[in-house]
Design a protein. Structure first.
Length: 228
């Protein structure tokens, strides 16, 4: 009896050890590290793009360590009636849908500060901090966006800028999940301030500013090599 019990105990231990080895094989199965090369696909990449129609459920480090159970993301908001707005700058031109309108909040220093902050983060890498389309990403090979200081975009509606931020345009992707609606309005207000900084009508200036302009126009430009 004692020998039989010993045999059963040893067999049970061996069985349990075999189970753990089976699980360990599952944990340590052959796999590619992220972005490692692979000869199995024509493009040589082991990281495969998602199939068409894939909807992201989770992201980040928590998603990677919990098989997607953590790190769930909030779906992009359902586009409202202004998100698909068209104007004369959109495909279709005058024959396209009618132009919707939006109303910017009252222009305050805090609104412009918020708009500048969001613009510098999300827009300036391509559009540049001056809004002339010569951002650092564009200088490194990305297509240059148009300058905000052209007549075409100075005359564009606020709704056009709102739609472009929301839906993207050309090679620019959508910022619907990255920039909330209130910040989109703040960015538009700041874009208008940038445009005004380069095209301020003289009629809007006070006497002191006009005098400064006159003094600047009367001052001859320094000759080459002259210390400033």
């Amino acid at each position: 009896m004692r020998n039989g019990a010993l045999v059963v105990a040893v067999a049970a231990l061996l069985f349990l050890g075999g189970c753990e080895r089976t699980f360990r094989d599952m944990y340590d199965q052959p796999r590619y590290k992220p972005l490692a090369p692979s000869p199995l696909w024509p493009d040589g990449r082991s990281s495969r793009p998602p199939v068409g129609g894939t909807v992201a459920r989770s992201e980040g480090s928590f998603a990677g360590t919990t098989s997607g159970r953590e790190g769930t993301i909030t779906p992009a908001p359902t586009p409202g009636p202004l998100d698909a707005v068209r104007d004369e700058l959109r495909p279709g031109g005058a024959q396209g849908p009618s132009v919707a309108s939006i109303t910017l909040p009252p222009i305050t220093r805090s609104l412009l500060a918020r708009g500048r902050d969001r613009f510098d983060i999300f827009c300036s890498p391509c559009h540049s901090i001056a809004g002339d389309g010569d951002g650092m990403i564009a200088r490194r090979g990305f297509p240059h966006p148009p300058s905000f200081h052209t007549d075409r975009l100075r005359n564009a509606s606020d709704a056009h800028f709102y739609a472009v931020i929301t839906n993207g345009y050309g090679v620019m992707h959508s910022y619907a999940r990255r920039v909330p609606p209130s910040d989109r309005l703040a960015i538009i207000a700041y874009i208008r301030a940038l445009q005004l900084s380069q095209h301020a009508p003289v009629a809007l200036l006070d006497h002191d500013d006009v005098a400064k302009l006159d003094r600047g126009a009367a001052t001859p430009a320094p000759s080459p090599g002259t210390p400033r």
